[in-house]
Design a protein. Structure first.
Length: 321
């Protein structure tokens, strides 16, 4: 059997999934492939192109344990290959966990698959990640971004504006969520919610009432980012790529100044991208602390000097044979 699972890039809406916000990622054509010969017993996977130092076996083991807990797991021998850069913020680990779950015989719904992969990822890393990445990977739709309402885990396809291309450009700094302030940022959001209630429903006015300046900044990012996602979805539906790009630029400023998850290398890269002809918007994507910038550009724009990847919105993870 052959399993494929895409990676994802988040166009806009970072650090809002775990407070039940709205996000707009897309599954991408880069991803994980597993070819496995099912058999009783253990699942044995090897890989020629995923390096051992990335600790990928931990993700495999945690996923197999989760599938076994559903009573569905089968074993076998297989090979894993990946076209996703590791530590780039394109969800190589979530792509792997989703692919392994399918290769191990999981047959639940896409939502159940996403939740299982999230449990495996949290077990493997200890990082309390949200569900955005796994939902994007299990619900991808060719040619579409995905509006995900993380309060109810509902996914709606949104066509990209016409005449644009999406690129991911690496900052050169590998990102690891373990040991990063990710959990700290989550706690700050919880502290804000203890004071003013769910951030999904909060106004910027309410945010101003938060006593602690740091918590107030974190909350200001979340509340303003959710509004930007709503505006970006409206812009995409109106085929307004210029407004969409401006919202991406504003998102970067908010992640840099209010949520403080950028690093100088990403700020520098985003600045150079925004100054490049044909670029409509650029921002850090995913958790931050390194990894890639995501860029919306005119389809003809030449970003070859930056290296990177031209990304196509792609279909969801699937068993192909
Ligand atoms: C990581 C997590 C996601 C999300 C992003 C930030 O990718 O896995 O759940 O929180 O960071 O938007």
């Amino acid at each position: 059997m052959r399993v494929v699972a895409p990676g994802r890039v988040n166009l806009i809406g970072d650090h809002v999934d775990y407070v039940g916000g709205v996000v707009l990622p897309m599954a991408v054509q880069l991803g994980t492939e597993i070819v496995v010969e099912p058999a009783p017993g253990d699942l044995r996977l090897s890989s020629a192109d995923v390096e051992d130092e990335s600790g990928w076996q931990r993700f495999v083991a945690a996923t197999v344990r989760e599938v076994a807990a559903t009573g569905e797991a089968h074993g076998g021998t297989g090979r894993v290959s990946s076209t996703l850069p590791i530590g780039a913020g394109m969800s190589s680990s979530s792509s792997l966990t989703v692919a392994v779950a399918l290769a191990a015989g999981f047959t639940g719904s896409p939502l159940e698959l996403a939740r299982l992969a999230q449990r495996a990822e949290i077990a493997a890393t200890g990082v309390p990640c949200g569900l955005m990445d796994q939902l994007a990977i299990t619900h991808g739709v060719d040619g579409h971004a995905l509006r995900i309402d993380c309060r109810v885990d509902e996914v709606s396809p949104v066509p990209l504006p016409s005449g644009v291309a999406v690129h991911a450009i690496h900052s050169g700094v590998a990102r690891r969520l373990e040991g990063s302030p990710y959990a700290d940022r989550r706690r700050s959001c919880e502290a804000a919610e203890a004071e003013i209630g769910p951030l999904r429903d909060a106004s910027l006015h309410a945010v101003d009432r938060i006593g602690d300046a740091t918590i107030r900044s974190r909350a200001r990012h979340v509340v303003s980012e959710i509004a930007r996602v709503d505006a970006a979805v409206a812009a995409a539906r109106a085929d307004d790529a210029v407004t969409f790009g401006e919202l991406m630029n504003a998102s970067h400023v908010s992640l840099r100044d209010d949520f403080e998850v950028s690093i100088p290398e990403l700020d520098d890269l985003v600045g150079r991208l925004q100054a490049t002809p044909g670029v409509l918007g650029a921002r850090l994507t995913g958790a931050g602390f390194g990894g890639c910038a995501v860029v919306l550009a005119d389809a003809e724009a030449d970003l070859s000097d930056f290296g990177g990847w031209s990304l196509r919105p792609s279909a969801a993870a699937a068993v192909q044979t």
